[in-house]
Design a protein around this ligand. Structure first.
Ligand code: FE2
Length: 162
C-alpha cells in the first residue's frame, strides 16, 4: 500500500503563528514516522516515534482547548468531541502497533487519517477557532501570542524529556 507524503499548503494556515507551527511540527513528525517505517522495521524505534507523536498531538489539542475556554469559544464541546475521537483513534493505534505483525499497515491507516481527517480539521474547525481567538483578543485588547505562550507553557515539556 502506498502512503502519501503530507505536504504543507498555505490553505492550512490559520493565521495564528503558534498554532500553525504546531500543526507543521505534527505533520513533520508524521512524515518522519512514515519514512522510518518504509526504511526499516525497527519496531522499538517506531513505537518511540509514535509515542512522541501521540504526546505531541495530545498536548497540542490541550493547548487549543484551553484557548477555547480562556476565550469562551461557543463551539467548544463540538470541537473537543472531535479532538476526543482523534485521541481515541491514536490510542487504539498505539495498542495496535504494539501487537501487530505488520506495523506498516497501521501506519498506512495513520497516514489515511491524517490526510483525510486531520488536514480537513485544520482547514475547517481550527481556522474557525483561530479567527474567533484573534477577534476576541483584539476586542479584549489582549496580546494573543503572549496568552498562547502561557498556555503552551502549561502543557508542553521540553522535547528532551519526551
Ligand atoms: Fe483542533
Amino acid at each position: 500500500m502506498d502512503m502519501t507524503k503530507i505536504e504543507w499548503k498555505s490553505d492550512l494556515d490559520t493565521g495564528i503563528h503558534l498554532i500553525d507551527s504546531q500543526h507543521r511540527e505534527f505533520i513533520k513528525l508524521v512524515n518522519n514516522l512514515l519514512d522510518s517505517s518504509v526504511n526499516g522495521d525497527d519496531i522499538q524505534l517506531l513505537m518511540k516515534s509514535f509515542a512522541f507523536l501521540r504526546y505531541y498531538i495530545c498536548e497540542h489539542f490541550s493547548v487549543e482547548e484551553s484557548a477555547m475556554i480562556t476565550y469562551g469559544y461557543p463551539f467548544y464541546s463540538m470541537h473537543k468531541n472531535i479532538h476526543d475521537s482523534f485521541r481515541d483513534e491514536i490510542n487504539s493505534m498505539e495498542l495496535n502497533l504494539r501487537t501487530t505483525k505488520s506495523p506498516h499497515d497501521s501506519l498506512v491507516k495513520l497516514n489515511y487519517l491524517i490526510v483525510n481527517w486531520f488536514m480537513n480539521h485544520i482547514k475547517v474547525e481550527d481556522k474557525k477557532l483561530c479567527a474567533y481567538l484573534a477577534a476576541q483578543a483584539q476586542q479584549r485588547n489582549e496580546n494573543l501570542t503572549g496568552k498562547l505562550d502561557q498556555i503552551v507553557g502549561m502543557f508542553f515539556k521540553t522535547r528532551d524529556s519526551a
